[in-house]
Design a protein around this ligand. Structure first.
Ligand SMILES: [Zn+2]
Length: 306
């Protein structure tokens, strides 16, 4: 596993080095061949005093540690349902201390591991999702059939509204509904600490547009413009998939850093660059779609993530 992951990281680094000049420029492309069918767990690790990565190479899961328990952000695929728990154990956390599980949006790489994780490790944990994406999850599972509902279906619990705050101990996670990727995609804002300093994280769960429909693209554009304001004071830029924020290149730098060097996840300058790139690209796609004669082929979706 370690060897394979090393090769994968090297491949991702080379791909990014070829495509993106300079470190952590606007956006890294999704590495060729990386998808949900060959996703792998990676070594879990500590990002900040109170933030851990317990996800895959393909899709993220984070643990926010508070002084009154843990908050798990996303639960991966069904086939990786215990990866987050094993990750917590490996970094010295107890999965049974999870008090809240935030599902950033209703695609199965983010929620499908929820049912088994919760039943096995944290039966009393509360589950938070937007109303639109509870509905998306339910309808997706119902369409897939009774077996899928039995394996992955979770009863509705807490419904997140725009601007809600989750408070646990002295930690606050602000939640904003930023539609486009899905109708109820969440963005999370919270603080992390290191070396006695505090930094603000902005986690945009739905930074990719998957629909060619103009109303959806316009919603995505509006969300992106809103995030330009919401994230203006953030220093740490996270997404629900790793490649779009050069996540593992930063991890390599984190592992290699020497005492006194900055944490590579603190990189505020990439945030406005990324967001302006999304605004420009989405405006262009909307204009192209409006100009296209009826029945003409659609432009392919860019950087689609689940
Ligand atoms: Zn998704």
């Amino acid at each position: 596993m370690k060897m394979k992951f090393g090769v994968l990281l090297l491949t991702m680094f080379v791909l990014n080095a070829l495509v993106v000049p300079g470190a952590f420029a606007q956006e890294s492309p999704r590495p060729a061949g990386l998808g949900e069918n060959n996703a792998k767990a990676v070594t879990p690790f500590k990002m900040f005093d109170n933030l851990y990565y317990v996800g895959l190479d393909f899709v993220c899961a984070y643990v926010i540690q508070t002084n009154d328990g843990l908050i798990l952000v996303d639960t991966l695929f069904d086939s990786f349902w215990d990866t987050t728990a094993k990750g917590m154990q490996a970094v010295g956390l107890k999965p049974g201390d999870v008090k809240y599980i935030i599902i950033t949006h209703g695609h199965d790489d983010h929620y499908a591991g929820l049912k088994k994780f919760k039943a096995t490790y944290a039966p009393n944990a509360r589950v938070m999702m937007t109303e639109a994406d509870w509905a998306l999850m339910e309808s997706t599972l119902q369409k897939a059939g009774a077996e899928a509902v039995a394996a992955k279906g979770v009863a509705r619990d807490m419904i997140v509204k725009d601007g809600d705050e989750l408070k646990l101990g002295t930690t606050t996670v602000k939640m904003y509904i930023t539609p486009g990727h899905t109708e109820g995609s969440l963005s999370l804002v919270y603080n992390v600490t290191e070396g006695g300093k505090t930094y603000q994280v902005f986690n945009w769960a739905g930074p990719t547009l998957q629909s060619p429909e103009i109303p959806v693209m316009e919603k995505f554009l509006a969300s992106t413009r809103r995030i330009q304001g919401l994230a203006k004071d953030s220093q740490v830029w996270l997404h629900s998939h790793p490649w779009s924020v050069s996540f593992f290149q930063k991890y390599e730098k984190l592992k290699a850093r020497k005492a006194g060097e900055p944490n590579p996840y603190i990189n505020p300058s990439e945030i406005p660059v990324f967001l302006q790139g999304r605004v420009t690209d989405t405006e262009k796609r909307i204009a192209e779609t409006k100009a296209r004669p009826a029945g003409a082929p659609q432009r392919g979706n860019r950087g689609a993530g689940n």
